[in-house]
Design a binder for this molecule. Structure first.
Ligand code: ZN
Length: 75
């Protein structure tokens, strides 16, 4: 490595394209994830985990649960 960070080695144009691609992927993932949770009885999605902020919380059997850090509590 020459000491440059990845962000510095990319042009603004390249970064903008990356952001657009990433947003499209997130939109696709959210649509698919919502459809998957709809298929599972009693499971739905909540807001982002306030503890780790790495995942949305799942709601199952009246409990909120973070699949990333295990944070959870009753609704
Ligand atoms: Zn978490």
């Amino acid at each position: 490595m020459d000491g440059q960070t990845m962000a510095e080695s990319l042009s603004e144009q390249e970064l903008a394209e990356r952001v657009v691609r990433a947003e499209r992927r997130i939109d696709c993932m959210e649509t698919a994830l919502a459809a998957v949770t709809d298929e599972i009885d009693g499971v739905s999605l909540s807001s982002r985990c306030s503890k780790c902020e790495q995942s949305l919380l799942l709601i199952k059997d009246g409990m909120l649960h973070c699949p990333n850090c295990g944070n959870g509590h009753p609704l």
